[in-house]
Design a protein around this ligand. Sequence first.
Ligand SMILES: Cc1cc2nc3c(=O)[nH]c(=O)nc-3n(C[C@H](O)[C@H](O)[C@H](O)COP(=O)(O)OP(=O)(O)OC[C@H]3O[C@@H](n4cnc5c(N)ncnc54)[C@H](O)[C@@H]3O)c2cc1C
Length: 405
Amino acid sequence: MGAPSVEFYDVVIIGAGPIGGYLGWKLRQRGHSVLIVEEHLEIGRPFQCAGLINPGAMDRVPMKESVLSPIWGARINSPNGITVDIGSSDRIRTWSVCRKKFDEGVVKLAIDSGAELLLESRPISITNFDDYAEVVLKSRNSERKIRCALVCGCDGAHSWVRRYMRMGRPKEMMIGYQVEVTGYRNESGKLDMFTGSDIAPGFFAWAIPSGDTTRIGMWSKAELLSGKSCEMLISNLMNDSKWKSRFQNCTIIGRFGGPVPSGLIKNPLKERVALFGDASGSCKPTTGGGIGTGFDQVDILVPRLSESIVKGDLSEETMLKISKLLDPLRRKLERIRALRNAFLTGASDDELDEVFKVWSRPDVTEIINQSGEIDNPIPLGLRLLKEVPEFRSLATRAAVAVIWG
Ligand SMILES: Cc1cc2nc3c(=O)[nH]c(=O)nc-3n(C[C@H](O)[C@H](O)[C@H](O)COP(=O)(O)OP(=O)(O)OC[C@H]3O[C@@H](n4cnc5c(N)ncnc54)[C@H](O)[C@@H]3O)c2cc1C
């Protein structure tokens, strides 16, 4: 009897989240054999998301059946009570989805196109050899060795692959916390955003219509919380803030929280290993959205990775070259971070109120409606800095990093 044959796949993807599913699908479209490994028993749990999918991402996957509410407008609230109403119902800006359905649907695209899915399993080692990488997988009661050309870490913010392969850390790790409620007084198709240091220091809180319920959440950075927990800040928004009357009939039916990694790690690719999505720190600094940028990474990298798999060259040198394809995306995300810091994170509550006063002027609201894009806030930011005299002082803070960064 010979030794048992070792299974070989072109690509082993660790993590069956939306990015692992999308990557598996795109690799299958290029004819590669793919194994997706997921540590949980089901896809899309635990749920940790506000559930907004931008049109740019939604257009790339046939997932409209996961939509709970189309979102076309926003009421943005300043710390001291100025409200700016933006958007119009003829232009959908983003989609509020059921993340479980969305994630399951994207992973199904990969499976239906021929990828294999292994649930309740996780890697315990990755070893590179000359011609392949060997991944040892631990399932409930067993271990097995898989060989592959490439290992992809799509295993989320605390990525085991990133830590095991010593690939560094994302620049910023925000924390998000959210409750799902019934009874919130929202306007159909509009989300609410709340700012202020006693609600979401340096960032913002939200109320997002999601079908019969509303998701109320906030995000910030640990170092800005001054010892308060995210739960305390949400409770403050709902029970003690200027906006508390909007929440008076709310019943909380679920609570979720999680990290939001932002700021791509220096080299998301190394010999026979590539990181995608939250594992690489690709969430957007302005919104925390990670699905659109994760899809972008896949679309940017897959053609070259596929060529290299076919050629049998996934050496350190080649992977670092392929990694450079991400430079424009990295620069864009850094410019967005600079704008966020100038307009939001670096502003005091009083300064924010001044900004809102200007935003609420009809001429400025018109600029926001014309140029505001959730996917890409840079054109709007630059127009505001250029065309609105009151923002000139902000320009000194933002311009260098935004324009030349
Ligand atoms: C409160 C909050 C609100 C958010 N709101 C939005 C939003 O509105 N829109 C948006 O686009 N983004 C949002 N995000 C970010 C978004 O949730 C992530 O960017 C997105 O889920 C990233 O997808 P991913 O596939 O990279 O990682 P994940 O969705 O985290 O998926 C990783 C998968 O890998 C699995 N896994 C992890 N470790 C292992 C292992 N060792 N072995 C096997 N499997 C493993 C996990 O079980 C999971 O299935 C939000 C985040 C938070 C915290």
